[in-house]
Design a protein around this ligand. Structure first.
Ligand SMILES: Cc1cc2nc3c(=O)[nH]c(=O)nc-3n(C[C@H](O)[C@H](O)[C@H](O)COP(=O)(O)O)c2cc1C
Length: 208
């Protein structure tokens, strides 16, 4: 294992719970593989453009003279993904799903003819599988008996990443970040204990 791609999606420079949880995962990986190089893609604070018209025409099969636009971003982001042996994503939940910064990244890396192909059985991923660790922070609860909101984030990321061939996903959650300091501290103890208990997660791919 030589390279870790760390994708950070919080807009907060300080006090981000998803960034802190993702950093704990990166530290564990680096302790396990000291030679690994960590590359940070900060989507939360250096946002990438949304797909533009050149990109949309290109995906619709049209070749346009001199087309550049966000296709270049797509090429760069896909190359970054292809060279990573392991991916760590730190992300907040926004309105029950991924934040728009991560959605823009997904729109650039799920590219027909490049990272997936249509097939009779559905879309077939063209990237080889590798572990993806996903640290999610949410203001409220979306897991467990106390959850009072839907979770579109987990199934969406599972479906989106499986489209390009990434099926070995490991989710870790830090919930209730808008609660009292004591409640957040208790949640951190719980999340860290879970991480300790589950580390290293077994390399199990999610069924297609
Ligand atoms: C635009 C926006 C939408 C949000 N939507 C949700 C939500 O649907 N569910 C939830 O539990 N928290 C929601 N939150 C709260 C964040 O998930 C929470 O503050 C989280 O800790 C942010 O991540 P960070 O600590 O890494 O910055 C939302 C926050 C923002 C700014």
């Amino acid at each position: 294992m030589n390279s870790i791609l760390h994708i950070s999606c919080s807009a907060r420079a300080e006090g981000s719970h998803s960034a802190r949880l993702a950093a704990q995962i990166v530290s564990r990986l680096v302790a396990q593989y000291p030679q690994a190089e960590v590359r940070l893609r900060d989507l939360g604070r250096a946002s990438i453009p949304h797909p533009d018209s050149d990109y949309a025409y290109s995906l619709a099969g049209a070749t346009r003279e001199g087309a550049t636009g966000s296709l270049a971003h797509s090429d760069e982001l896909i190359a970054e993904l292809e060279t990573a042996d392991t991916i760590v994503i730190g992300t907040p939940m926004h309105n029950y799903t991924v934040p728009s910064s991560l959605k823009a990244w997904i729109d650039h890396v799920l590219r027909i003819g490049r990272t997936f192909m249509p097939a009779p059985e559905g879309k077939r991923g063209l990237l080889h599988d590798r572990p993806v660790y996903i640290a999610v922070a949410s203001g409220g609860l979306y897991l467990g008996e106390q959850a009072r909101q839907p979770d579109f984030l987990t199934p969406y990321l599972q479906a989106a990443l499986a489209t390009i061939g990434l099926r070995t996903l490991h989710f870790f959650a830090l919930q209730g970040t808008v609660r009292s300091d004591d409640a957040v501290a208790a949640e951190w103890r719980h999340a860290t204990a879970l991480l300790d208990a589950q580390w290293p997660p077994p390399p199990v791919a999610i069924a297609a």
